[in-house]
Ligand binder design. Structure first.
Ligand code: A2P
Length: 331
C-alpha cells in the first residue's frame, strides 16, 4: 500500500502515524503532507526519516493507494476530489463530506459494508458520534431504537493542539485563545458554531451522522454537546428509548458482547468508564447501564473513548484496513 497522510503534523495526523506504527496496513511507501509552513520538517516512522511536503494539486500524481486526511474541512473539500480523481482512496476525518449522499460514513464495527460503495472518498464520523455507534447498533439490532438523547462531555484535545494549550495555559492563569471563555473550572455548552435553531453545529453533526450510520433516517435524536476541562477522551451520556421490552441484564450482555466495546460496569466497586482509562486505547468503554424509570422501555448508559484514537485516527486506519484486506485477497 502506498499511503499518504494529509495534515501529518497535526494532533490527529501524528496519531495516524502512531496507530499505523502499531498496526499492519502493509505500507510500502509513505508520503507526508502539511502546509507550506511545515515543508521540509522531518518525521520518523518505524525508524526511517520522512520529509514533510507542502500539499499541492500535484501531490497525488504518484500512484498513492490511500490517503488519510485530517487538515480541516476546507483542505478536504478542495483536495479529496483531486486525490480521488487520480485513483487514490481518501479516508477523510473532516466534516466536509460526511453528509454527502455519495460518500459513505463508516464505523467499521457497525457498517463496514457501506465503505465498499464509494466514489473515492469515505468519511470518518465526528469523534463523539463514533463512540456511540457500537452500543446503539447493539441495541438497535436486538430491540429497535425509538429515540436517542445525547449529552456529551468533550475533551479539549478535540479542538487540536490549541485546545490543549488553552487548558494548560489557563491553569497558569493565562487567557484562552480558542475558547470564548476560560475552560479551566468551566463546562462550555458550546462546540462549533451556533445555528439559527439554537443548536450548535456539533450537536447537529451528532444527530445527522447517527441517523446516517444506523440507517434510520427518521430516528428522533437530540444532543447537548459540552466542552469540559479534560485533556483527552470524550464521555457521552446516552438515553436510548427502545421499541420493545427488555431485561436489563440482557441489555448489558448484548452491549458487552458487541465488537469494539469493553464493558466497565461495576458501580458497587466504583468501576465505570473513565477518560483516563480510555486514553491510549482503541476500544469504547461502556458502563452505568441501567433502566431509565422516567419512561417505558428506556435505558441510560455512559460511554468513554479516546477521541483522537477511536474517535479519529484509529477509526480511519480501520477503514483503510478494509481495503488492505481486499487487496490481499485479490493478490
Ligand atoms: P501545519 O502544521 O503545516 O499547519 P491540528 O488539527 O492539530 O491543528 O492540525 C492541522 C493539520 O492540518 C496540520 O498538519 C496542518 O499543517 C495541516 N494544514 C493546515 N493548513 C493546511 C494547508 N493549507 N495545506 C495542507 N495542510 C494544512
Amino acid at each position: 500500500m502506498r499511503v499518504a497522510i494529509v495534515g501529518a503534523t497535526g494532533l490527529v495526523g501524528s496519531t495516524f502515524l502512531k496507530v499505523l506504527e502499531e498496526r499492519d496496513l502493509g505500507i510500502t511507501e509513505l508520503y507526508l503532507f502539511a502546509s507550506a509552513r511545515s515543508a521540509g520538517k522531518k518525521i520518523t516512522f518505524r525508524g526511517k526519516e520522512y520529509t514533510v511536503e507542502e500539499l499541492t494539486e500535484n501531490s497525488f500524481d504518484r500512484g498513492i493507494d490511500i490517503a488519510l486526511f485530517s487538515a480541516g474541512g476546507d483542505i478536504s473539500k478542495k483536495y479529496a476530489p483531486i486525490a480521488a480523481s487520480k485513483g487514490c482512496l481518501v479516508v477523510d476525518n473532516s466534516s466536509a463530506w460526511r453528509m454527502d449522499p455519495e460518500v459513505p460514513l463508516v464505523v467499521p464495527e457497525v457498517n463496514k459494508e457501506a465503505a465498499f460503495t464509494n466514489h473515492g472518498i469515505i468519511a470518518n464520523p465526528n469523534c463523539s458520534t463514533i463512540q456511540c455507534m457500537a452500543p446503539l447498533k447493539a441495541l438497535a439490532e436486538k430491540y429497535g431504537l425509538k429515540r436517542v438523547i445525547y449529552n456529551t462531555y468533550q475533551a479539549v484535545s478535540g479542538t487540536g493542539q490549541k485546545g490543549v494549550e488553552d487548558l494548560q495555559n489557563g491553569l497558569k492563569g493565562l487567557a484562552p485563545k480558542v475558547y470564548p471563555h476560560q475552560i479551566v473550572n468551566n463546562c462550555l455548552p458550546h462546540i462549533d458554531v451556533f445555528m439559527d435553531n439554537g443548536y450548535t453545529k456539533e450537536e447537529i453533526k451528532m444527530i445527522n451522522e447517527t441517523r446516517k450510520i444506523l440507517e434510520l433516517p427518521d430516528l428522533p435524536v437530540t444532543a447537548t454537546c459540552v466542552r469540559v476541562p479534560v485533556i483527552n477522551s470524550h464521555s457521552v451520556s446516552i438515553t436510548a428509548e427502545l421499541n420493545s421490552e427488555f431485561d436489563i441484564e440482557d441489555v448489558k450482555k448484548v452491549i458487552g458482547e458487541y465488537e469494539g466495546i469493553i464493558l466497565v460496569d461495576n458501580p458497587k466497586n466504583n468501576e465505570y468508564p473513565l477518560a483516563t482509562e480510555a486514553s491510549g486505547q482503541d476500544k469504547v468503554l461502556v458502563g452505568r447501564i441501567r433502566r431509565d424509570f422516567s419512561t417505558e422501555n428506556s435505558v441510560n448508559l455512559w460511554t468513554v473513548a479516546d477521541n483522537i484514537r477511536k474517535g479519529a485516527a484509529t477509526n480511519a486506519v480501520q477503514i483503510a484496513e478494509l481495503f488492505r484486506d481486499i487487496k490481499n485477497k485479490l493478490a
